[in-house]
Design a protein around this ligand. Structure first.
Ligand code: ADP
Ligand code: MG
Length: 351
C-alpha cells in the first residue's frame, strides 16, 4: 500500500476555461509519506487529485507511480483510492458489503470479501455496525466506512479530498487519531487536500501550498511554519507577524531594531516574519523592544495580545506585533510591556 508518487510538470485546463487551473506542478511524495495540499478554495487542489487518480487527463505533464507512467491507465486500474468530503456509500448495500465491494468486483467470493472487509471495519472501529445501512450511520461513521472501503482496495496511494471538513471539531479529532493509527498499521502513501492549516500540520509530514494552480512551497511542516519562502505562504499558514523593514547584508532593520536574519534573503525591502506563539511578553525595558497594548483577545485557553510599537515616526504607520500567550494574562490596554522572541531564529521574506 506504499508507492512513490511523482507528479511531473503537470498543467491542466478545463475545456471552457480561459486559464490553466494547474500550472506546471511538480510534486514528489515518497512511499509511506503523507503530504497535505493546502490552499484556498478554487486553488486547484481537487483538480490535482483528480489528475493523479486519472479522472482528468492533464494537458501536459506526467503522473508516475513507482516510476511507472500512468498515462493511458484508466482510473480503476491505477491502484489509487480517492476519498471525498461526501462519503458516497452505496445506499442499497449494508456497511460490510460496501467495504467488500471492490473485492467482490475483483472476483473474490462473498465470504472471503466480507471476511476481509470486517478486518478493515475493525481497523476503523466499526465492526459492530457491519449490518447497518448507510442511512443508519452518523456522518463520522459514514466517513469511517468510506475510509475502510478505500483501504480494503489495498491501494498503492490513498488520496483524501477534504474528507473531514463536514465533521464537527470533536469528530474531526477522532478522525485524526484514526488516520494516525492507519499510518502506523498500513503505512500508506497519502496525499490529502485541506484548506485547514492545523489539519495539514497534524496529518501530514510535509505541506505543499497551492495558490491559483501553482505550488508556492513544499516542505516539512515546521519549515512552512517558521521559514516560509514568501509573504503569500506565511499568510496561508497564518499566525505570523509581518514587520516591515529593510535588509542590508543579512541584517533586518525595522521598528524592532537591527536583527540578523538568514543570509539567503536579498538586500532591500523585507518583512520579518515571527510566529505569534513564539513572541513572549516581558517587563518593559527587558525585551527586544517595548510596545503598548492595543488589544487583548481571548481565544479560550490562549489570549492574543496585540501591541503597537513606536517606530519614531508619525509619518509611517505604527508597527503592530501580536503575541499568542497561554492563559489569560493580567494586562490592560495602553500598558507598556516588553516584546521578546528568539532572535537567533529570525526569518525574513522579501515579498
Ligand atoms: N469540471 C470543471 N469544469 C470547469 N472548471 C472547473 C471544473 N472543476 C473545477 N473547475 C475550476 O477549476 C478551479 C480549481 O478548482 P478545484 O480544483 O476544485 O479547486 P479546490 O479543490 O482547490 O477548491 C476553480 O476555478 C474551479 O471553478
Ligand atoms: Mg476541492
Amino acid at each position: 500500500m506504499s508507492s512513490r508518487l511523482e507528479l511531473k510538470t503537470i498543467s491542466h485546463r478545463y475545456s471552457d476555461a480561459k486559464e490553466d487551473v494547474l500550472k506546471d506542478i511538480s510534486l514528489t511524495v515518497e512511499a509511506s509519506r503523507s503530504v497535505a495540499l493546502l490552499g484556498a478554495s478554487g486553488s486547484g487542489k481537487s483538480t490535482l487529485l483528480r489528475v493523479a487518480a486519472g479522472l482528468e487527463n492533464p494537458a501536459a505533464g506526467k503522473v508516475l507511480v513507482d516510476g511507472e507512467d500512468l498515462a493511458g491507465t484508466p482510473p480503476d486500474r491505477r491502484g489509487i483510492a480517492l476519498v471525498f468530503q461526501n462519503p458516497l456509500l452505496f445506499p442499497h448495500l449494508n456497511v460490510v458489503d460496501n467495504v467488500a465491494f471492490s473485492a467482490r468486483m475483483a472476483g473474490f467470493s462473498r465470504r472471503r470479501a466480507r471476511r476481509q472487509a470486517l478486518e478493515y471495519l475493525d481497523l476503523v472501529q466499526l465492526q459492530d455496525f457491519a449490518h447497518r445501512h448507510p442511512w443508519q450511520l452518523s456522518g463520522g461513521q459514514e466517513q469511517r466506512v468510506s475510509l475502510a472501503r478505500a483501504l480494503a482496495r489495498q491501494p498503492r496511494l490513498l488520496l483524501l479530498d477534504e474528507p473531514f471538513s463536514s465533521l464537527d471539531s470533536r469528530l474531526r479529532e477522532d478522525m485524526y487519531n484514526l488516520v494516525s493509527l492507519i499510518r502506523e498499521q498500513l503505512e500508506p502513501t497519502i496525499v490529502m487536500v485541506t484548506h485547514d492549516r492545523r489539519e495539514a500540520s497534524v496529518l501530514a509530514d510535509s505541506i505543499a501550498v497551492l495558490d491559483t494552480g501553482r505550488i508556492l512551497q513544499h516542505g516539512p511542516v515546521p519549515q512552512l511554519h517558521y521559514r516560509p519562502d514568501s509573504l503569500a505562504v506565511s499568510r496561508i499558514l497564518g499566525g505570523l507577524n509581518e514587520i516591515p523593514g529593510e535588509v542590508t547584508g543579512g541584517i533586518h532593520s525595522s521598528a524592532l531594531g537591527r536583527i540578523k536574519v538568514q543570509d539567503t534573503v536579498d538586500d532591500g525591502a523585507a518583512y520579518l516574519v515571527i510566529r505569534q506563539e513564539t513572541v513572549n511578553l516581558v517587563s518593559a525595558g527587558t525585551g527586544v523592544v517595548d510596545g503598548s497594548i492595543a488589544s487583548i483577545k481571548s481565544m479560550g485557553a490562549h489570549t492574543l495580545v496585540t501591541l503597537t510599537i513606536d517606530n519614531g515616526s508619525t509619518a509611517k504607520p505604527a508597527v503592530r506585533i501580536s503575541a499568542e500567550v497561554v492563559g489569560a494574562p493580567d494586562l490592560s490596554i495602553g500598558e507598556l510591556v516588553g516584546v521578546d522572541f528568539e532572535k537567533s531564529a529570525a526569518w525574513a521574506v522579501n515579498s
